[in-house]
Design a protein around this ligand. Structure first.
Ligand code: DGL
Length: 272
């Protein structure tokens, strides 16, 4: 017999980046059914205005709600930064975004109290990480740098070698120049976990120290577990399924597995 806990977690993203969150969710919560929507026809959101990001996000959320989800996860930082309070107010299910979980892990990790944030232009302009960090620990100092070129590099699978290294040296160099003694960097974009080994190396080369990288995908998966457990809505055990929808299926079979870490299975193209 199926009960409320058997309903799926709905996850949406502007494209494929949110599949890193799905990957973390499947590892953390192997019993949960997941329905994923990637708005690949309208990606990227990172360079769009907050009102457009909110409008698209509401459309994505309604598509997932129609599938009877018990929880919504906004699996990317740009919409979490621009639309979370409005989505929370407008939707009948709990909504989890990317910013608060990543900020909480960064605050727990830092020793110097100096945190770097990297993300899309939209995420950095929103100052949402600065606010979330300050709310958790007012004495923390933060610097943020937009790294738009990391998104296409991750999608093309250019995660090592000279070209991404030069790009990372430039962006992280800017970050370390903006604030001294950064010991923790939040990867404030769901594309960035693919670049994690390179970013770790470049951060070390620039500072001579090991800098802690906080992957917001893992933080979101742990926060989703806590949220579902608190409501008695956790589906324990294994056997969770994954259903994937995209608004444009071009290259999804090639690019998607880089982010999910496994083949996606059948993907349906939908018009929302
Ligand atoms: N992965 C998205 C994020 O975390 C960035 C992609 C986009 O610009 O839509 O914000």
């Amino acid at each position: 017999m199926s009960g409320p806990a058997d309903r799926a977690i709905g996850v949406f993203d502007s494209g494929v980046g949110g599949l890193t969150v799905v990957r973390a969710l499947r590892r953390e919560l192997p019993g949960e059914h997941i329905v994923y929507l990637g708005d690949t026809a309208r990606v990227p959101y990172g360079s769009k205005s907050p009102s457009t990001v909110l409008r698209y996000s509401l459309q994505n959320a309604r598509f997932l709600l129609a599938r009877g989800i018990k929880q919504l996860v906004i699996a990317f930082n740009t919409a979490s930064a621009a639309a979370l309070p409005d989505l929370e107010g407008a939707l009948p299910v709990p909504v989890l975004g990317a910013v608060a979980p990543g900020a909480a892990e960064a605050v727990a990790a830092t020793r110097t109290g100096r945190i770097g944030v990297i993300g899309t232009l939209g995420t950095v302009r929103s100052s949402s990480y600065r606010r979330a960090l300050a709310a958790l620990r007012p004495d923390v100092q933060a610097a943020a740098v937009a790294c738009p070129l990391f998104v296409p590099l991750a999608e093309e699978g250019w995660t090592e070698g000279d070209v991404p290294r030069q790009v990372a040296l430039r962006y992280l160099g800017e970050l370390f120049a903006a604030l001294e003694d950064i010991d923790t960097i939040v990867l404030g974009c769901t594309h960035y976990p693919l670049l994690q080994p390179l970013l770790q190396q470049v951060a070390h080369d620039l500072t001579g120290r090991t800098v802690r990288l906080v992957d917001s995908a893992g933080a979101m998966a742990r926060a989703t577990r806590a949220e579902l457990a608190a409501r008695g809505a956790l589906r324990e055990g294994t056997g969770g399924t994954l259903e994937c929808f995209v608004t444009d299926a071009a290259r999804i079979d090639e690019v998607g597995p880089r982010f999910l870490g496994e083949p996606l299975g059948p993907v349906a193209q939908v018009d929302i």
